[in-house]
Design a protein around this ligand. Sequence first.
Ligand code: SF4
Ligand code: SF4
Length: 299
Amino acid sequence: MREIESIIQQYAQEPGIIAGVCSAEPFTEIRDILNESETPFVNYDVKTRIDPAGSMPNCKGIIVIGVSYNKKITAEFDVFSLTRGRFSINACGTDYHITVRKHLEELAALITEQYDLEYQIYVDTGPLVEREILYRAGLAWRGKNNTAVSDKIGSMFNCGYMLVNIPFVNAPRLKPRCRSCKRCLICCPTGALSKDSFDYRRCISYLTQKSGDLNPYEARLIGNNLYGCDICQVVCPYNRDKEIGEIQDEDEIFPDTNGILSLTRREFALKYKDRAFFWRGLDVLQRNARAAQENNTNR
Ligand code: SF4
Ligand code: SF4
């Protein structure tokens, strides 16, 4: 193993972190399926989405990391409350765009001590399909809930990658390990998941992030969720006992929807500028809060 790979492997010894490498060959294997299960938040053309050289012409390899956000919820929640909504666990704590980028910058600094490294970092901002990089790096396998699942940290993690000027070879691909389990398919409340496909148009996580109005059917589907949905991951046995922290504060995960509806733009920025949903803006959050209140009332 080269020194650079051992630096990366050493970094991945930290709890809640996975890291690996792969080649920068175009991801031609996903060309034909790109638009089937992808949410329409990405605006790049197909060529740029599959070819790392489209983002960095001298790219020779990719370094990828996953950072767990899996936390135990110890905050108490009044299940009969008509005004409380819910953020996904991923939306609690500091915005992962900030934390994952920090990890990648730390790793780049360690490598730069010994290598002439040129790199570009992406956390949700790049054209490549992150989970395909994870599969190619042998770090995760595809679960029936349409997430990348790692043996070490499960599927509740955020991913970022670095295009670099150093070549790497691919690791062996991991085979899916769901076997006969169907928990996520059974527990998804909207039927977005089926044995062979994922319909993002019915997924609460997508609906709470999309811009514009929700039609009455979509508004009903989101239930009391304000941003994201955890169900198909919380029920997954590969996420069990892999928590790396706790959520103790009720308002952090189950905020009062009246409070959200009364926020001004300035208050929203002050209160939530370091949270993962801040990029979506106050209008979308308040739209979801109105739907959550109505759904709570009609339960
Ligand atoms: S995030 Fe929620 S709605 Fe989307 S597939 Fe998973 S359980 Fe279903
Ligand atoms: S809940 Fe079961 S079927 Fe779904 S991803 Fe996890 S292991 Fe696979």
